[in-house]
Design a binder for this molecule. Structure first.
Ligand SMILES: NC(=O)c1ccc[n+]([C@@H]2O[C@H](COP(=O)([O-])OP(=O)(O)OC[C@H]3O[C@@H](n4cnc5c(N)ncnc54)[C@H](OP(=O)(O)O)[C@@H]3O)[C@@H](O)[C@H]2O)c1
Length: 260
């Protein structure tokens, strides 16, 4: 299927690693010119993917990114607010009272405010282009699972997305969320990341922990998601083929969430 994305432009936040890199590549493969934002330069970039170094956890990061992206791309057709993640040293056994204000603030800056600020800065262009916003959320938005402040930030992102879809619908701008479950990124696969922390807490090595994760989390398909699978959905949702889809949340979780 031709997604009719050839010649369009996109910003992908956190677009140089993990799910964000897969999204940058999927859009570029469809002929989209992509600005991929991250704090550090990526180890690879292609002709269609321009890296922009910016810290989006700062108050001015969103404006700075959009200024540099529009200088590079012109108008913005697609904004993918992918940046987010959990803090280090997450433990299943942690208690609510152990999570201090600084941890709450860091998580909300990264998972909610970064999207709010980039969206605000990109809105004039997105409205002129009748564009699309895809916010990358998480099953954590609907799933009571540590870390609690991450789920809370993602639930807020879902709420903002729905409200924006309502507000911007008359302007022709669509807003959707995509909510991954466990996905094969450094988040899980890095021994110093969340997967490593949880493996140590479970008293096992990371490889064994990951092999047992589908059972532990009830992943119906029996495996973690590949970032390219999430990216393919994002490319479809960003395309005119999905022109009457807005205000909706799409799970890519291998069946973790059991509610109807
Ligand atoms: N992986 C999963 O299992 C999973 C599950 C559910 C939801 N998600 C969601 O999916 C999204 C992507 O997750 P991921 O696991 O693919 O992430 P990741 O592999 O950790 O990649 C994070 C990206 O964000 C950039 N980044 C980090 N902090 C930044 C900052 N302050 N300013 C600008 N860029 C920054 C990183 O590059 P630099 O380090 O160079 O800045 C990198 O490009 C997140 O929203 C996450 O919550 C992931």
């Amino acid at each position: 299927m031709d997604l009719e994305l050839e010649g369009r432009t996109a910003i992908v936040t956190g677009g140089t690693k993990g799910i964000g890199l897969a999204i940058s590549r999927a859009l570029a493969a469809e002929g989209v010119r992509v600005v991929a934002a991250a704090r550090t330069a990526p180890t690879e970039s292609g002709e269609a993917i321009t890296p922009v170094a910016v810290d989006l956890s700062t108050p001015d990061g969103g404006t700075e990114l959009v200024r540099r992206a529009t200088a590079e791309l012109g108008e913005i057709d697609i904004l993918v607010n992918n940046l987010g993640g959990v803090r280090s040293s997450v433990a299943h056994s942690e208690r609510f009272a152990d999570i201090d204000d600084a941890a709450w603030q860091r998580t909300i800056e990264l998972n909610l405010f970064s999207a709010v600020r980039v969206t605000r800065a990109a809105l004039p262009s997105l409205i002129r282009r009748r564009g699309v916003i895809v916010n990358i959320s998480s099953i954590g938005a609907r799933f009571a699972h540590p870390p609690v402040e991450y789920g809370a930030a993602k639930a807020a992102l879902n709420n903002v997305s729905k409200a924006l879809a309502e507000e911007l619908g008359p302007d022709g701008v669509r807003v959707v969320t995509v909510s991954p479950g466990p996905t094969r990124t450094r988040n899980w696969e890095d021994p110093d990341g969340m997967g490593g922390d949880l493996a140590r807490e479970a008293g096992t090595d990371l490889a064994t922990f990951l092999a047992e994760l589908p059972d532990r989390m009830g992943i119906t398909t029996g495996r973690l998601t590949d970032p390219a699978e999430t990216a393919a959905l994002v490319a479809f949702l960003a395309s005119p083929r999905a022109g009457n889809i807005t205000g909706t949340d799409y799970l890519v979780d291998g069946g973790v969430l059991k509610t109807v």
